[in-house]
Design a protein around this ligand. Structure first.
Ligand code: AMP
Length: 300
């Protein structure tokens, strides 16, 4: 089953306690698609500027990701600068330049039209909604967002939430979106806005699945060193949604395993700067870490 994803393809400048990197390849759709590509076929919709060249494109192609929906246009690619110096679990944003995304009109290639799964990765909710509306026949739609859009683009975001089956956000964003500091109450309030399933990420502490009336908590791998958490959330989403897209049936058990695969992919993303770890990853490493996640949580 193929996933179409729309979201940022970007350059990131990142500072963490482990060091600083200038303008490395990043973006929510980039991390998502690299991660999901280990489970299923992935097709990207985004826009990049003249600063995005063959070397960056090759990162996608090496994982067989369909890039026909990445439009190349005059101007500069999306740019984000953030740091994790005070809190390794939450990025502090220093600069966001939408650049070519400001005037982006998403076009969906004909070859993408049979995608059964749609992921609306982090980007302007107006763009997320346009893509959602252009693909009305998909079987399952999941999405992500962040404080930047929750704070200043709320009406557009509320429209997106109505069209989502699954929302994946972190705990601070859940509470911010609901205006409620209790996680369970906040989760219920967010689900009342549209998504029947909510995945709340807690950084190094794991993730919680709210699926109908049921709650399931999955672990995160305690890492000895977090080099760069950028993209961990999107890599989690790629593992979670990629795994689901590869299943014959979307049973409650499939959702629970998807939570573990999300944690597995998020943990890998943190081990190197930018997309470095995702680019070198193998399926065997993913399977071994999934086993480790099971051992972490099983009583017998
Ligand atoms: P995360 O998985 O949450 O760490 O996402 C990190 C990625 O989100 C970075 O590679 C950024 O390029 C991207 N990003 C940061 N801010 C925004 C934004 N406002 N809209 C879309 N993407 C963003």
């Amino acid at each position: 089953m193929a996933i179409t994803v729309v979201g940022s393809v970007a350059y990131d400048t990142i500072e963490t306690p482990a060091g600083r990197r200038e303008r490395c390849l990043g973006g929510a759709a980039t991390y998502f698609s690299l991660s999901a590509s280990f489970f299923t076929d992935v097709r990207v919709i985004a826009v990049v500027g003249e600063d995005f060249g063959k070397r960056q494109e090759a990162v996608f192609q090496a994982r067989n990701i369909d890039t026909r929906g990445i439009e190349h246009t005059a101007g500069k690619s999306f740019f984000w600068e953030g740091s994790y110096l005070e809190n390794i679990n939450e990025a502090k944003t220093h600069n966001t330049e939408l650049n070519v995304f400001a005037a982006f009109e998403p076009k969906i290639p004909e070859a993408y039209s049979d995608s059964e799964f749609l992921f609306l990765a982090n980007i302007d909710p107006v763009l997320q909604r346009r893509v959602r509306e252009a693909m009305p026949d998909v079987k399952l739609v999941a999405g992500d967002t962040m404080n930047y859009w929750i704070k200043d683009h709320r009406p557009a975001l509320l429209e997106v939430l109505k069209g989502l089956d699954i929302l994946l956000i972190n705990d601070t964003e859940t509470k911010m979106l609901a205006g409620n500091n209790n996680l369970v109450q906040a989760a219920r309030a967010v689900m009342a806005l549209g998504p029947k399933t909510l995945v709340v990420k807690h950084g190094e502490y794991g993730s919680t699945l709210f699926h109908g009336a049921k709650i399931f908590r999955a672990p995160a791998l305690p890492l000895e060193e977090v080099i760069d958490p950028t993209g961990a959330g999107d890599s989690f989403a790629g593992g979670f949604f990629g795994y689901l897209a590869a299943q014959r049936e979307l049973t409650p058990a499939a959702y629970r395993s998807a939570m573990f695969y999300g944690g597995v992919m998020g943990s890998f993303a943190c081990e190197r700067f930018g997309t470095e770890r995702m680019q070198k990853l193998t399926r065997a490493e993913i399977d071994a870490r999934f086993k480790l996640f099971r051992e972490l949580t099983h009583l017998d």
